[in-house]
Design a protein around this ligand. Sequence first.
Ligand code: KIV
Ligand code: NA
Length: 274
Amino acid sequence: MRTTIEAIRRFSEDGERFAMVTAYDYTSARLVDRSRVPLILVGDSLGMVVQGNDSTVPVTLDDMIYHTRMVVRGSATSLVVGDLPFGTTAIEDDAVRAAVRLMREGGCQSVKLEGGTPVAPLVRRLVDVGIPVMAHIGYTPQSVNTLGTRVQGRDEANARRIVLDALAVQEAGAWAVVLELVPAPLAAAITELLDIPTIGIGAGAGCSGQVQVWHDLLGLYDDFVPRHARRFRTLGDEAAAALDEYAAAVADGSFPAAENSSTMDAGILARAIE
Ligand code: KIV
Ligand code: NA
């Protein structure tokens, strides 16, 4: 059985902090299912970690549907949330169509969209047609080209705006809200203020849950580690070492071994190559 939104709500009401992780394909979704992480985000961060772009701006709705479908196929027990990518929420009617496609063709159980007060009417419309919405406020990566700083809400006006954003998306019917790169005390205060769960990334431990990017958590990069991330493993080093061992085993003839190969009758072979 898949984790339900109701179950996540209960975690949050019981003060049980929960983890969410991004995943972008079948195999990683299978791994999340084997773990105690109940929530998967098919994040448009795939624009960076899968596609190699330097922001999420180039990601299309078709990209998101493609990856969401793979993740949904790989997961049987995780609740899967799909990101609405850059530009798809700009015009409300288009946004509804985009969210319907992501749910129907991607197969996720909820969408996520960036923005607060300005997108509240859209959140309401989506919820009204039966599409659960996770909101995403604070630092919103799709606005990388208009936002000045990364950490949001350090000054009073900005902090106030984020509080109002949180209240607006809750009021509009969002079932959860991601708080990205906001000061920990502000995120904790918003978590207190809201009835819906907050999910932090770079927002301190006072949120109802946390979300992290797969590649950051598992140490698949060897260059940049964002401050908000912790590498719980360095699988990138493991993978590179495995590839080196493979290359060496090919070079010295120890791979493939007999158990990796099949045999045939010598007589048949002799006649075949005559
Ligand atoms: O796309 C993503 O990975 C995200 C999370 C970092 C919240 O939106
Ligand atoms: Na995202």
